[in-house]
Design a protein around this ligand. Structure first.
Ligand SMILES: CCCCCCCCCCC/C=C\C=C\C(=O)SCCNC(=O)CCNC(=O)[C@H](O)C(C)(C)COP(=O)(O)OP(=O)(O)OC[C@H]1O[C@@H](n2cnc3c(N)ncnc32)[C@H](O)[C@@H]1OP(=O)(O)O
Ligand SMILES: NC(=O)C1=CN([C@@H]2O[C@H](COP(=O)(O)OP(=O)(O)OC[C@H]3O[C@@H](n4cnc5c(N)ncnc54)[C@H](OP(=O)(O)O)[C@@H]3O)[C@@H](O)[C@H]2O)C=CC1
Length: 333
């Protein structure tokens, strides 16, 4: 009897070990067990979700709107009728994006140069915006900087650069616009784009994690304080969505993409159009009762990373039979 149990236990250990090996090999990029075919259940819809004209006569400022997710949000808002202003450091990039989007949607997109780390530049940028369109109804704080780096290799200036762009930049833009909106008794929707690890923290992107957590505290605090002025503050935490800006700095060799997709329950990355639809909804009057919300939009990645037992997804039905038999055999403690 004892020999039978030992034999079974040995076999079980072997199958579990081989599962672990397969799991490791998935993590390191060789052929995995999961094909990601569950992505077929979750096809992204790319067209604008809100009724056309939802943003007619509305002005939207999108920081970092020249590239990546900011560009997609600008395109969607513009398609829905908004007059957009995009602001960041590279005027040529902004102007190209503005022209491309304007020519597709027929709605004006303005390009304004601004380094959000510099409060004076932010103030001048808001002067320009007031002159161009008046104060905006929609503000999306999307500009960011990031790179993967072991924390022991970070210089003080590396820390300062990321936290200045992400936390101070968001604060300067939000406070400058907030004060002027309050003075003019005009309401607005503020949205900040953070990340799922703003909540958990993450090694190797510590300045970004710290600054994004600060942005979330800022937005939740102002949601409570400035509702009385007609301002809503919300946060979207995107999971991985392929953009040149993010992927070139966070996975420069592409070695981690497969492992990342394997841990996402919906089996795929998000798309810029999907986040643009969510940002448009949150910024629209359809969401006028939404304030102080933190919306995770990540295909399930966060809960997948968090659950201690989630690796058991790689246990096969046959292995489960053995595990269950062992568990059922256990009597007492
Ligand atoms: C298991 C792994 C999984 C991998 C997943 C991959 C994909 C994941 C997707 C999910 C993403 C989640 C969150 C994403 C959050 C983001 O914010 S992505 C957006 C990224 N976009 C950008 O960063 C665009 C803007 N970035 C920049 O302009 C620059 O990169 C920078 C550095 C942020 C700012 O530029 P600049 O002001 O010109 O700064 P520099 O003068 O170049 O540098 C300032 C100091 O920083 C030091 N530095 C710069 N790069 C590095 C580096 N790679 N490593 C270490 N240090 C660096 C630089 O040396 C300066 O410091 P010193 O003066 O002391 O030398
Ligand atoms: N892509 C992803 O998987 C994820 C992205 N995010 C977040 O989404 C947002 C957009 O990222 P993404 O589109 O991927 O990456 P991008 O690199 O394309 O976007 C970052 C933008 O920020 C602007 N920017 C950077 N520094 C400054 C500055 N000092 N002043 C003004 N603008 C600045 C850049 O423009 P310029 O260089 O002209 O200044 C750029 O347009 C960020 O907040 C990021 O943290 C969060 C989670 C996942």
């Amino acid at each position: 009897m004892a020999a039978r149990v030992v034999g079974r236990t040995g076999r079980l250990a072997a199958v579990v070990r081989s599962s672990a090996v397969r799991l490791q090999s998935r993590l390191h990029g060789s052929t995995g067990l999961r094909s990601g075919s569950q992505a077929n259940f979750f096809p992204p819809l790319e067209d604008a979700m809100l009724p056309s004209g939802s943003f007619n006569n509305r002005m939207a400022l999108i920081t970092g709107g020249g590239t990546g997710l900011g560009r997609a949000m600008t395109a969607t808002l513009s398609q829905l009728g908004a007059q957009c202003i995009i602001a960041s450091r590279k005027l040529d990039v902004l102007q190209r994006t503005a022209e491309e989007i304007s020519s597709q949607t027929g709605n004006k997109v303005h390009a304004v140069q601004c380094d959000v780390r510099d409060p004076q530049a932010v103030s001048q940028c808001v002067d320009q915006i007031e002159a161009l369109t008046g104060l905006p109804d929609v503000i999306i704080n999307n500009a960011a900087g990031n790179f993967v780096c072991p924390s022991e290799r970070l210089s003080p200036n590396a820390w300062k650069t990321i936290t200045d762009i992400v936390l101070n930049g968001t604060a300067f833009v939000t406070l400058e616009l907030g004060k002027r909106l309050i003075q003019n008794q005009k309401g607005a929707s503020f949205l900040a784009i953070t990340t799922i690890y703003a909540e958990s923290g993450s090694g190797f992107v510590v300045p970004s994690a710290s600054a994004k957590a600060g942005v979330e505290a800022l937005y939740k605090s102002l949601a409570a304080e400035w509702g009385r002025y007609g301002h809503r503050f919300n946060i979207i935490q995107p999971g991985p969505i392929r953009t040149k800006g993010a992927f070139s700095r966070l996975d420069p060799t592409g070695a981690f993409e497969k492992a990342m997709i394997d841990r996402i329950p919906t089996g795929r990355l998000g798309t810029p159009a999907e986040i643009a639809n969510l940002a448009a909804y949150v910024s629209s009057n359809y969401a006028s009762w939404m304030s102080g919300a933190v919306i995770r939009f990540d295909g399930g990645e966060y809960v997948s990373l968090a659950g201690e037992f989630n690796e058991l997804r790689s246990v096969t039905p046959d292995q489960w039979k053995l595990l269950e038999a062992m568990i059922r055999k256990t009597k007492g403690s």
